[in-house]
Design a protein around this ligand. Structure first.
Ligand SMILES: [Zn+2]
Ligand SMILES: [Zn+2]
Length: 447
């Protein structure tokens, strides 16, 4: 071997190690037809949370065809697809399966016309208004590339299709059904979410806290019913509820340090049947969003304290009932892991196309996975048509957000970028040793 040959092969070795993590455009375009066909089918045939039977079956069939060992019905309609490729770390990539009770008004040729019965038995329209169809399509393309390039990584790739994200029950259901005992427990977990707040082709990472703790609280106030013309014989729960709502609004303004993230919203109030009847109870539903555990604890305690005190002040015959009936913890991205994965993301999408974003206020049940001690990266994927995005920005408007009947990401560009980003991130992680990944943390340090 001449010196020239030696240096050439050294260059190629360098080139493959440095660049092999990004899929080539040829790799992405070779899997795109399958990903796109799945997207169109799923978009036109969405299913509600917990009822994703056809969706799960379609994804399972496609992943099996790509060479994965697929288990269905994990936590109701969830699926787990494994691709084992020798010794190495286990890395999980998650997509959601569910759609929303929203009537699609995008006018797309493949728009959903589906109606279904919701869990209360009502007939509702159904639409993939959160982009989970994009996530599934990208995951399939990623799965095919990973299966065709097993010499470029080692370990176990674990793909999961999670049901019922929108009702925040799906992740918990899969864990309770043995997600991390019947299957390998991942060393790192990855997920993404598409949104119209960035043009397609871009991604954003948020080192540290990614989103909020979310708590749902139901309050039942008990009064004493009677005739609307004779309030002196009653204890009016509507007046107590009204005072309670206003007092609850002093928690964020008076009890939380200025600048600290906290939201207390009363989303509904239900009481009464007729104008001249004072009912005997009133019910309210609240959502509470926070970043810090100590702020969350304080707010929940203050809600109970204020609610009880207002009922007592009004002479209510019974203490009100304050129930925290559901909640999720925030998703935490270990900053060191996020910075590590910024490198393959920039290599896949271009340096200027990977932004650093502030935490967002919506919540997610992905935190159920990280709470099992699995460090994670949850990142954002741009979905907006670049031209429409620029026009909206110039006119001071914003494009329809997730959950809007008009939510229509630029599917081609978004799915291409989603696949490139996922493959790059997975190859980076699946070239590490498990020990290297164990230094990352799943938990927000307490301060
Ligand atoms: Zn959603
Ligand atoms: Zn979503």
């Amino acid at each position: 071997m001449s010196f020239r040959q030696l240096s050439l092969s050294a260059f190629f070795l360098f080139a493959t190690t440095a660049f092999s993590q990004s899929p080539t455009s040829k790799e992405v375009s070779s899997v795109y037809p399958d990903a796109h066909a799945l997207y169109l089918d799923l978009h036109e045939h969405p299913e509600l949370s917990g009822h994703e039977t056809q969706t799960a079956a379609k994804l399972a069939t496609a992943l099996r065809a790509a060479g994965y060992e697929v288990t269905e019905h994990v936590g109701n309609t969830g699926i787990v697809a494994l691709l084992k490729n020798g010794a190495g770390p286990t890395v999980m990539l998650r997509t959601e399966l569910d759609a929303l009770p929203v009537e699609e008004k995008t006018g797309l040729p493949y728009a959903s016309k589906v109606h279904a019965k919701d869990d209360a038995g009502r007939d509702v329209p159904v639409m993939h208004a959160c982009g989970h169809d994009i996530h599934m399509a990208a995951l399939l393309g990623t799965a095919e590339i990973m299966a065709r390039s097993k010499n470029g990584w080692h370990g176990t790739l674990m793909l999961i299709g999670q049901p019922a994200e929108e009702t925040i029950h799906g992740a918990e259901g899969m864990i309770q059904d043995g997600l991390f005992t019947r299957f390998p427990k991942p060393d790192v977990a990855v997920a993404l979410h598409v949104g119209n707040d960035m043009p397609a082709g871009m991604a954003a990472i948020t080192p540290g806290v990614y989103n909020t703790n979310s708590d749902s609280v139901r309050i039942t106030i008990y009064g004493k019913g009677g005739h609307g013309a004779m309030p002196q014989f009653t204890v009016d729960p509507i007046v107590i509820a009204a005072k309670t709502i206003l007092s609850l609004q002093t928690i964020v303004s008076r009890e939380v340090r200025p600048g600290e993230m906290a939201v207390v919203t009363v989303g509904y109030i239900r009481a009464g049947t007729k104008n001249n009847i004072i009912p005997d109870q009133a019910e309210m539903g609240l959502t509470i969003r926070t970043f810090k555990p100590e702020v969350r604890k304080r707010i929940l305690a203050s809600i109970t304290r204020i609610t009880k005190a207002e009922s007592e002040a009004a002479g209510a015959p019974r203490e009100p009932l304050v129930e925290r009936y559901e909640g999720t913890d925030l998703v935490y991205n270990d900053p060191k892991l996020a910075e590590r994965l910024r490198v393959p993301l920039e290599a896949a999408l271009g340096k200027d196309n990977v932004l650093t974003a502030q935490p967002i206020t919506p919540s997610e049940d992905f935190s159920y996975f990280t709470e099992q001690g699995i460090p994670a990266l949850y990142f954002s994927l741009g979905g907006a048509d670049p031209q429409k995005f620029a026009e909206a920005k110039a006119s001071g408007n914003s494009l329809p957000t997730n959950h809007s009947p008009l939510f229509a990401p630029d599917a081609d560009a978004t799915i291409h970028a989603g696949i490139a980003a996922e493959v790059a991130v997975l190859r980076n992680l699946l070239n590490a040793s498990p020990d290297e990944l164990h230094k990352y943390s799943a938990e927000q340090p307490s301060n």
